[in-house]
Design a protein around this ligand. Structure first.
Ligand SMILES: [Zn+2]
Length: 98
């Protein structure tokens, strides 16, 4: 079922985390946070309330790339961590209403 998925080892994950730290310092990321919109619940936050989230988690083979990292509020981040990313939807998502 998951044979196509690369399971990362510790070194892979450490490398991706280092990349994430670099990316967090980039203008690209600062601009994203300045908008203050959580990717998942679409609510507005101040930039220091947003964290960097990997849409596909590093532990599932996700990479630190611009198309896989999004600003995410702390509430969504902690809710998402306890679910599989493909199963998880924020309760307050506007796209989840019908
Ligand atoms: Zn959120």
């Amino acid at each position: 079922m998951n044979e196509f998925m690369h399971i990362p080892d510790e070194d892979d994950i450490r490398m991706e985390k280092n990349k994430a730290r670099e990316l967090r310092r980039s203008q690209w990321w600062k601009r994203k946070c300045a908008k203050g919109i959580c990717y998942y619940c679409k609510n507005q936050f101040s930039s220091n309330e947003l964290t960097m989230d990997h849409i596909v988690p590093l532990s599932r083979g996700g990479k630190t790339e611009k198309n896989n990292v999004v600003p995410c509020c702390k509430k969504c981040n902690s809710e998402k961590k306890s679910h599989l990313f493909m199963d998880w939807r924020p309760a307050s998502s506007p796209e989840n209403n019908g």
